[in-house]
Design a protein around this ligand. Structure first.
Ligand SMILES: *Cc1c(COP(=O)(O)O)cnc(C)c1O
Length: 372
């Protein structure tokens, strides 16, 4: 049975995007695929495997739980947990051989104690806060406190250090700020052993600052086909979201459609009811300016989006019947709707659109055998 509402994930596009990102990154740098938040909504395991096929050397997740899940699926490449290690995470991280993030002596001790309990060695990366204001050591004194905790430990091995840019996708001023962040990161990491790998680039910086690749780059949103800055790289969106028409009717002029009577037809309108609503994660706020694609043509969303259904104007589209597919995000004929389009209708960013697709929207994986 075809579900009423599904997202089709094109794994060969994920692989293709990773290959492209690899091609613009200096060969000396490793590639990390960021698959946190269930692979930005694309499915962590499948995304991770496709990214590895495309050349990813390492993976990044948000929490030890996300890393544990990938290990349980049999994924063996190094995995970095980006969130600061917590007491419960420390044990999971050690048990599943994850690299944990530390930015205080206490965090090093948590890892040491967890490793001692399990009689294992464990790896950590030092997080530096060079201007993001989230987590990380902010100066040499804080750095040295962490380093001495590592030196005192018997089971904690520092194998990397990293920082995160807050405005690499910004304007001129953002670029200046990014260069300052980079310079501070170099200062903070200067005394570290040469085999400690250094990394700072997110997607925006991969495109804008290849010279900052250092030993590794961390590709998130661009891996999914939505570069946050303009680029000539032919990255491809990997997620198509579609539903069906459940019902079609023709309404007379002055007919109200949906809650609150926001919409009233001015003329005779053919209305399609679509099997998707905000309960599936479609942003209710996108209804005002949004449209969907039916038979390769745009159909404006009319009336308020409901929990499980929405209505679209198909007056100008011929040959449509109930059961036909509705593209909410993706391509149909010559038309396409991107996560960025929906984000602009809803007043948010592509990241949030991709991540908001609801859990009741089934995932279907496709591997295209022939390259376009
Ligand atoms: C999420 C995240 C990334 C990926 O960012 P994108 O903008 O999606 O490329 C990289 N590094 C850290 C620390 C992150 O939290």
């Amino acid at each position: 049975m075809i579900p009423r509402n599904r997202r089709i994930i094109d794994l060969s596009s994920i692989q293709h995007n990773m290959e492209l990102l690899r091609s613009v990154t200096p060969p000396s740098a490793r590639m990390m695929a960021v698959v946190k938040a269930d692979g930005y909504g694309h499915g962590a395991e499948e995304t991770a495997r496709a990214a590895i096929r495309g050349g990813a050397d390492m993976l990044a997740v948000a929490s030890a739980g996300e890393g544990k899940f990938l290990r349980e699926q049999g994924i063996t490449v190094p995995i970095l947990v980006l969130g600061a290690v917590t007491e419960t995470d420390a044990a999971t991280g050690v048990q599943y051989g994850l690299i944990q993030t530390v930015c205080s002596p206490d965090m090093v001790i948590l890892c040491e104690q967890a490793a001692e309990k399990l009689q294992k060695q464990t790896e950590v990366h030092l997080k530096c806060d060079t201007g993001m204001g989230r987590i990380g050591v902010r100066n040499q004194a804080e750095r040295d406190d962490v380093l001495s905790a590592v030196a005192k430990s018997h089971r904690v091995n520092l194998t990397g250090a990293y920082t995160h840019f807050s405005d690499a996708d910004g304007n001129e001023d953002g670029l200046r700020y990014t260069r300052q962040q980079y310079a501070l990161f170099r200062t903070l990491t200067a005394p570290l052993d040469r085999d400690v790998i250094l990394h700072c680039c997110n997607s925006a910086a991969i495109h804008r600052f290849p010279e900052m690749a250092m030993d590794m780059v961390r590709a998130g949103i661009s891996l999914y086909g939505y570069p946050p800055v303009p680029t000539d790289l032919p990255l491809r969106p990997c997620m198509t979201w579609s539903a069906d028409i459940s019902y079609i009717k023709e309404v007379h002029p002055y007919t109200f459609i949906s809650y609150g009577r926001d919409f009233r037809s001015e003329r005779t309108v053919r209305v399609a009811t679509v099997t998707c609503g905000y309960g599936d994660g479609y942003f209710r706020a996108a209804g005002k300016d949004g449209y969907v694609l039916i038979g390769g043509q745009r159909a404006k969303i009319i009336g308020r989006i409901c929990m499980d259904q929405m209505m679209a104007d198909i007056s100008n589209i011929d040959g449509i019947s109930a059961g036909d597919e509705v593209i909410l995000m993706g391509q149909s004929g010559k038309e396409s709707i991107t996560a960025e389009d929906i984000a602009s209708w809803a007043g948010t960013i592509s990241y949030e659109i991709l991540l908001s697709v609801g859990s009741r929207v089934d995932r279907i994986y496709r591997k295209r055998s022939v390259r376009e």
